[in-house]
Design a protein around this ligand. Sequence first.
Ligand code: ZN
Length: 271
Amino acid sequence: MHPLWLRSTNLKDFLAPLQAAGLNAFEFLLDPGDSQWSQFAPLMKSSADMGFYLSFHFPYRQAYSLQGFRENTQVVSRNELASLLSLTQDLGKATGHTPVIVVHAAKSKSASRQQLFNDTLAFMQWAVEGFPGLYFAIENLGPAATGELKLGDTREEVFDLVVKTGSPQVGICWDLGHDKLHNRLKTPPISWLEKVIHLHVHDVDSGGVDHYPLVYNNVPYRAWLPIFSSRQLPGSVCLEIKGHQLKGWGINKITQSLVDSVNLVRELVDE
Ligand SMILES: [Zn+2]
């Protein structure tokens, strides 16, 4: 959820058709560099007051890469990172649900995969120790840009990070669209699926651009979502849509595509 969705409407009107379709959760990106950042905390609070499940996405801009975390040489200070996690932990206490924080493993143009693994692991251990009121979900990532290493762009690395952190607070965020970008269309093994605590669902258009509503049928969500039940993962199936990609669609088509996507997710994820 981003305040820009409400640019020409208000929360109640924006939500009415989506709640009717079964929407009951929001994920918020934590990004103090966002020009609308001051509007996030009030919107998170209003959503919590309305009874929505809340989850959060740890910042993933380059400045927030976990590279260097083990030696405490990452760009953003641990205090600053802790203040973001404290905000989410406090909101979790207010809702009575333990929020999930989605985390991208470290990325870099210079470090080795092993270094990035060690940095990410150090962050995970620091995070679970300092924030017992949160769950953390390590996400499988889309392909890296040329010249960049992205730890966690394979299923195996995500699994290894979760296992090596060894905390019941840590699991996998399975991004179905990212698997499509890698052309990984085989269902993961049971041992991997058992670690999934959060899902990112979006579609990929014919040009290979992701984060669309579920209108293209290019991602196997019809096969993969029924693996899960809403009781098992309450509030943890997230439609991860980037609004700026829908420019030119018109408000009616956008609203309808969101309503249809929420309906489809609700149908596919068993009770
Ligand atoms: Zn995602």
